[in-house]
Write a protein that binds this ligand. Structure first.
Ligand SMILES: [Zn+2]
Length: 310
């Protein structure tokens, strides 16, 4: 429902209404207990609809999948039969969509810190009310750490909005579901500093920024998934290296002459790519097996030839 973005669909009042009210998704969220009735009444749905329509199509699709948790994380890869383990490639813990921004691996927390620092700078650039900024940043921090808010630092003027956002939850915040109570507060701030910027636009961009943080965390996860930092890959490297060491330790004696040359430099083999090391190891194991088998067969036939009485 979010992803269609043709000119016709944007002009269609029915489509716009569906984008704003998101009946199917809201009903699913209600059924699954993702969003309580209390939280539902606090969310600025029109802001979320506007934010989603403003996002690039790829990010709309990503957000739609991640909001319902059906995406290529370990949990679903196991369910789809693509993997046998649901372990996170960064830390090795069980992984579903909620784990991605909460992973405690060093590379994940560094990316989280980078994203939240950029978000803080963005809030300043948009002339966000200081009390609003502080409250939102504290709520966002609740994604990664259990909420231990320094309540006295939250201004009483933003307290109702803070509580409304707390009802929506930190995951809801990260998915761009902001409380409608922030909008009049930001309007008051703009009025106070005589700023004529649009508050609905501020709110829509705020929602987009939050969704982008989740997306950047996903991108970072993705980069590790396909790199040598992947926990499972590291385990594969370790197992293959062990196999390579034993091949070198066994020596070249029970290998054909042409294959013995492959055992000249251990370091050079260990430096190869994983896929090349696996090929190397497979070939060595096979050649050693074949050579031993053939030697055994030769010995047997020699015994038959020279055995007295035959
Ligand atoms: Zn992890």
């Amino acid at each position: 429902m979010y992803v269609a973005d043709t000119k016709q669909s944007r002009l269609d009042p029915q489509f716009i209404q569906e984008c704003v009210t998101l009946p199917a998704l809201r009903s699913r969220w209600r059924d699954k207990g993702t969003i309580s009735a209390e939280a539902e009444s606090e969310i600025a749905w029109d802001t979320l609809g506007r934010a989603m329509r403003s996002l690039p199509a790829g990010l709309q699709r990503w957000s739609t999948k991640h909001c319902v948790g059906m995406c290529g994380t370990g949990k679903f890869k196991v369910l789809w039969g693509l993997e046998t383990s649901a372990a996170c490639p960064r830390c090795g813990d069980f992984e579903d969509h909620l784990h991605v921004p909460r992973c405690r691996a060093a590379s994940a927390t560094a990316e989280w810190d980078r994203c939240t620092a950029a978000f803080s700078a963005w809030l300043d650039l948009q002339l966000t009310g200081p009390s609003i900024k502080l409250a939102i940043l504290q709520l966002l921090q609740g994604v990664c750490t259990p909420p231990s808010f320094a309540l006295r630092t939250i201004s009483s003027s933003v307290w109702p909005a803070f509580l409304a956002q707390k009802v929506i939850g930190s995951q809801g915040l990260l998915e761009g579901r902001i409380a409608s109570s922030w909008l009049p507060l930001q309007q008051q701030h703009y009025d106070k500093i005589r700023c004529r910027r649009s508050v609905p636009l501020w709110a829509s961009r705020l929602s987009q920024q939050l969704i982008s943080i989740g997306f950047y965390m996903w991108e970072q996860w993705n980069s590790v998934q396909h790199s040598d930092d992947n926990v499972q890959l590291r385990e594969c490297h370790s197992a293959v290296n062990e196999g390579i060491h034993s091949q070198f330790d066994m020596g070249p004696d029970d290998l054909p002459k042409e294959i013995q040359l492959m055992l000249t430099c251990r370091c050079r083999v260990l430096r190869k790519l994983l896929v090349d090391k696996e090929e190397w190891l497979k070939l060595l194991c096979q050649e050693r097996r074949d050579f031993r088998r053939s030697m055994k067969a030769q010995r047997r036939s020699l015994r038959t030839i020279f055995s007295p009485g035959l």
